[in-house]
Design a protein around this ligand. Structure first.
Ligand SMILES: [Zn+2]
Length: 121
């Protein structure tokens, strides 16, 4: 598969968090499987994965196009099925997201490239 280098989304959400971002590669903490590529805006811990900040894989990036989260299943590791996060609307911004289970994932600062260098840690 050809590698894709993503660019940061620069919008009101990023601006509200200080106007800077980083790419995160998210892995399962249990089996170390790579899960997704994410854009984290601003400072602070990672509590949610906003759908509009997931770049890859495509089936997760496409969630942002859905009108409702009712049809979305909870996020699990596709290898070991560990629970990663629950779909919720972040009410403050009316923004679809996965509320993350702390301890269920590992995040690594990345370069915004997909597929990642390492499919597993
Ligand atoms: Zn896993």
């Amino acid at each position: 598969m050809a590698k894709v280098k993503f660019k940061f989304k620069r919008d009101k959400y990023r601006k509200a968090r200080g106007g800077y971002s980083k790419f995160l590669d998210i892995y399962c903490s249990n089996c170390k499987q790579y899960l997704l590529l994410y854009q984290k805006d601003g400072p602070g811990p990672l509590k949610r994965l906003y759908f509009d900040r997931i770049f890859a894989p495509k089936y997760l990036a496409d969630l942002q196009n859905l009108n409702s989260i009712k049809e979305i299943k909870r996020l699990e590791c596709h290898r070991c099925q560990q629970f990663i996060g629950m779909p919720i609307i972040y009410q403050k911004e009316n923004r679809k997201s996965f509320h993350l289970e702390q301890g269920a994932f590992i995040k690594k600062v990345g370069k915004g490239v997909y597929p990642p260098e390492n499919a597993s840690l």
